[in-house]
Design a protein around this ligand. Structure first.
Ligand SMILES: *Cc1c(COP(=O)(O)O)cnc(C)c1O
Length: 410
């Protein structure tokens, strides 16, 4: 594998399905392999002292040491950049590594940032507590309150961070509006687009500066690896890449191969998940045991109009409230036979989580309800099983979730 060969990206722009398979690769690979080799090495040998000199003087592009880069990783970065329409991409060993490294690369002591309140729990925690140790302040604003968001910006504000869609209510950020606000105040915009992926939403085309992904979810897509990615323009990515090489949250080459392998079917999987989630959302909305369904593809979702305007698909996550209380929610979970009870989303297996007892187990009921996390809230992340089988599983579990009527005795 050479780093100087002409790449496919020089050819005219191809469709997403084609790019998912071919983008970022050399046309001819090691041993004429069709697949990208796993270069399972921690370091790279120099032929002689002349080659060291050629490399250190910047004349020769090659690899030096594993933390600074790997050929398998390089293909994944080029492929993801192509898919997201970005100048550059950096891949990480997890989504959180991508998010935290990016934030640290951007802020200086004395800076301030604005984040929306339903961001990923660990991201919020990092911004609102850890960053303060380094003199970086953070204002958390309620999602969707654009006036409050703009009012929170100060002369010290470096960036606005949000997600779209968010977890678990699948709120959609109006990216055009975000761009207008950011331009007015000359602040950067960061969007964690894990739930949408480049198939359903293309934030860079709306002027967002940096797009972050937990590639663990849809991009890798098989519930078998952790990975993260950041996409953006070169000037910002250079800073992020520099810090990444020092912090060292790098992806392992074998893991990177699994990411590349997962990516090949990524647009097919997302299209299937979009269709399945829509069908499941409609089924749930009509079900007598369901109190409310949250899915941006439904007319009943508060952000349906924005979602329709800025997304080309609504994703594979459907959130709903079951009628009853904690006992009914647990009975529903305990009767599932196909869907797994597990955190995460975006993989081929359908996963269901109960936020009240998983992500928010450490909060009091009062705190949880203030955050909108009710006892009966369920997040369903559809896989690529047959939609009829997913619905049949939900159907039998919902039936059994009904309150148990006690027979009077005596
Ligand atoms: C899962 C997730 C993350 C964290 O990613 P990891 O790969 O688990 O580190 C961040 N943001 C969102 C929206 C996620 O769903």
């Amino acid at each position: 594998m050479s780093t100087s060969n002409k790449r496919n990206s020089n050819a005219p722009k191809k469709g997403l399905a084609t790019q998912s398979i071919h983008a970022g690769e050399d046309r001819l690979r090691y041993a004429d392999s069709i697949t990208t080799p796993i270069v399972q090495t921690s370091t790279y040998a120099f032929k002689d002292s002349k080659e060291i000199e050629a490399y250190t003087k910047g004349g020769k592009a090659r690899f030096e040491y594993g933390r600074y880069g790997n050929p398998t990783e390089q293909v994944a970065e080029r492929r993801l950049a192509a898919l997201g329409g970005a100048e550059d991409c950096v891949v990480f060993g997890s989504g959180m590594s991508a998010i935290i490294t990016t934030i640290l690369a951007l802020v200086r002591s004395g800076d301030h940032l604005v984040i929306t309140d339903d961001a990923y729990k660990k991201t919020l925690e990092f911004c609102s507590s850890y960053l303060q140790r380094f003199g970086v302040d953070c204002t958390i604003v309620p999602f969707g309150e654009y006036g409050a968001l703009e009012a929170a910006i100060t002369r010290k504000t470096r960036f606005i961070f949000s997600e779209s869609p968010t977890n678990p209510y699948l709120n959609i950020f109006d990216l055009e509006r975000l761009h207008r606000i950011a331009r007015r105040h000359k602040v950067l915009t960061l969007i964690d687009a894990t739930f949408s992926t480049p198939v359903n939403q293309r934030p860079l085309e709306f002027g967002v500066d940096l797009v972050l992904h937990s590639a663990t979810k849809y991009l890798a897509g098989h519930n078998d690896i952790l990975a993260g990615a950041v996409l953006g323009r070169k000037e910002l990515m250079d800073e992020i890449r520099g810090l990444h090489k020092a912090i060292g949250g790098v992806i392992d080459p074998h893991c990177c191969y699994l990411l590349l392998r997962g990516l090949k079917t990524f647009p097919l999987r997302v299209a299937a998940q979009n269709a399945t989630a829509m069908a499941v959302a409609r089924y749930l909305e009509a079900h007598p045991r369901i109190k409310r369904v949250y899915y941006p593809g439904l007319e009943s979702h508060p952000h349906h109009a924005i979602a329709k305007a800025q997304m080309s698909g609504f994703g594979g996550v459907v959130t709903f409230d079951i009628k009853g209380g904690m006992a009914e929610a647990k009975r529903f979970l305990d009767h599932l036979k196909l869907c797994f009870i597990a955190p995460s989303l975006g993989g081929v297996e359908t996963l269901i989580t109960h936020p009240a007892t998983v992500s928010y187990y450490d909060r009091s009921k009062k705190e949880r309800y203030a955050l909108g996390i009710t006892d009966t809230l369920i997040r369903l992340a559809v896989g690529i099983e047959d939609v009829d089988d997913i619905i049949a599983d939900l159907d039998q579990a919902l039936k059994k979730s009904a309150p148990v009527r006690r027979r009077r005795t005596g």
